[in-house]
Design a protein around this ligand. Structure first.
Ligand SMILES: Cc1cc2nc3c(=O)[nH]c(=O)nc-3n(C[C@H](O)[C@H](O)[C@H](O)COP(=O)(O)OP(=O)(O)OC[C@H]3O[C@@H](n4cnc5c(N)ncnc54)[C@H](O)[C@@H]3O)c2cc1C
Ligand SMILES: *[C@@H]1O[C@H](CO)[C@@H](O)[C@H](O)[C@H]1NC(C)=O
Ligand SMILES: *[C@@H]1O[C@H](CO)[C@@H](O)[C@H](O)[C@H]1NC(C)=O
Ligand SMILES: *[C@@H]1O[C@H](CO)[C@@H](O)[C@H](O)[C@H]1NC(C)=O
Ligand SMILES: *[C@@H]1O[C@H](CO)[C@@H](O)[C@H](O)[C@H]1NC(C)=O
Ligand SMILES: *[C@@H]1O[C@H](CO)[C@@H](O)[C@H](O)[C@H]1NC(C)=O
Length: 341
């Protein structure tokens, strides 16, 4: 039987993790990633890559928790192997602090991360402006290394990558049997999806190797996330702002907010500014759709709209997308078999 040919549009975190998941679980399919931007030029490269869930209002909490748990457990396995440093995955402990005590002191994900507890009075002394805090250990994926590692895994499984901009998914109809749409914000144009919008994030990547603990203000605006090679200082959340140019005033403001929490950052070096547009949507779009033109059909599986929380859930959504693709493959085989009769 001829192999099902699958095209994955998008080479950010979501496209690559989905492509690897498909090629791991369906070795008899051919998988090709097609994208106009690759690492280090994707939104995923700008992110800190912390596994701290963000809330998708349109997705049931039990579903979000399952995606987070699957992702956390999968990355824990890599972190606990000889692959960890090449994949850019490491454990990091730290504090999430709040200026006003949150309604929910124990979030739904508290039993997925490690050692979750409320901060002690003594720990809180470092943050006199804050009233409450949570201490825990979580995982962080450093990009570009993690994207390179996923691309390598895909190629080891026989997958391919192509640099190309897609104007219309139908372009892929003649060469592929199934298309997976992981185009992030590109979906706004590509799928004419008006539900997806950017949340602009500006961050600083600095060298400050003495920083080992993460600190995140519960308002989500100010954070210090140490990685293997640099520390990500944030940030901004600007809804519907498409500007990719760094704003110098914002950079100054980020540095001063972070220094207020961690004064040693005044001595940070090699300050680089990065801007990314989070592909936001009330719910991740994980769905099958069949495009039809005349008598021709093209099955599409959508997996986009991960907004501020792609790293925290990517493996869970990749598995769900792979399940939908399997259904498409089975349907394809049925129709080929019928055509032969
Ligand atoms: C400042 C910042 C900090 C963040 N921090 C975190 C964090 O700590 N933890 C966390 O979980 N999340 C974080 N995020 C969110 C995370 O970055 C996103 O959820 C994730 O990167 C989305 O991945 P993606 O693959 O969908 O999108 P992208 O990385 O944007 O990839 C989209 C891909 O689609 C391709 N594409 C689009 N349109 C087309 C087209 N027409 N033709 C061909 N190719 C196309 C692009 O070339 C690209 O390869 C952060 C985001 C920002 C901006
Ligand atoms: C490929 O593998 C999947 C999952 O193992 C199976 O369902 C499918 O029938 C196989 N398809 C072909 C073309 O061999
Ligand atoms: C990333 O973008 C830069 C600047 O546009 C370009 O020179 C470089 O080739 C790009 N890298 C990849 C891998 O696409
Ligand atoms: C970590 O690796 C060791 C050795 O391979 C294994 O015995 C253990 O179960 C692993 N633990 C986790 C949490 O993956
Ligand atoms: C992906 O899906 C979105 C939403 O349906 C759409 O806007 C976008 O055009 C699609 N991408 C491609 C390459 O067709
Ligand atoms: C987008 O953000 C930049 C940088 O913060 C700012 O200068 C600009 O005014 C914003 N644009 C809009 C339309 O809000």
């Amino acid at each position: 039987m001829t192999k099902a040919k699958i095209a994955v549009v998008g080479a950010g975190l979501i496209g690559l993790s989905t492509a690897v998941c498909i090629s791991d679980s369906m070795p008899n399919c051919s998988v090709t990633v097609i994208a106009d931007r690759y690492t280090p030029n994707t939104t995923s490269d700008v992110a800190a890559g912390m596994l701290i869930p963000h809330v998708f209002p349109g997705v049931p909490v039990h579903q979000q928790k399952q995606w987070f748990r699957e992702t956390f457990d999968y990355l824990s396995g890599i972190c606990n192997s000889s692959q960890a440093s090449e994949a850019g995955i490491h454990l990091v402990s730290g504090w999430q602090i709040f200026k006003t005590v949150p309604e929910e002191k124990t979030p739904y994900w508290s039993d997925v991360v490690l050692g979750f507890r409320s901060m002690t009075e003594k720990e809180m002394k470092k943050f006199p402006q804050h009233k409450f805090g949570q201490a825990f250990t979580t995982l962080k994926c450093d990009c570009p290394p993690f994207l390179h590692w996923l691309e390598k895994r895909l190629k080891e499984n026989g997958g391919r990558v192509h640099a190309r901009k897609i104007e219309d998914l139908w372009e892929l109809h003649s060469d592929y049997d199934i298309v997976v749409n992981c185009s992030g914000l590109g979906s706004r144009k590509l799928m004419r999806d008006r539900e997806i919008y950017p949340i602009r994030g500006q961050v600083l990547k600095v060298r400050a190797p003495w920083i080992r603990h993460f600190i995140r203000d519960g308002d989500g605006l100010t954070y210090i996330f140490p990685g293997i090679h640099d520390v990500t200082l944030g940030g901004t959340r600007q809804k519907d702002n498409w500007s990719l140019s760094p704003d110098p005033r914002t950079s100054k403001d980020i540095l001063s907010r972070c220094c207020a929490l961690e004064p040693s950052l005044h001595k940070a070096q090699d300050v680089k500014v990065r801007v990314g547009l989070r592909p936001a949507r009330s719910a991740v779009r994980l769905q099958k759709e069949v495009l039809v033109r005349g008598s021709e059909k093209l099955p599409v599986v959508h997996n986009y709209g991960h907004g501020s929380g792609g790293f925290s859930v990517h493996q869970g959504t990749a598995k769900e997308a792979t399940r939908l693709i399997k259904e498409c493959v089975v349907a394809l085989e049925m129709s080929r078999w019928k055509a032969k009769l």
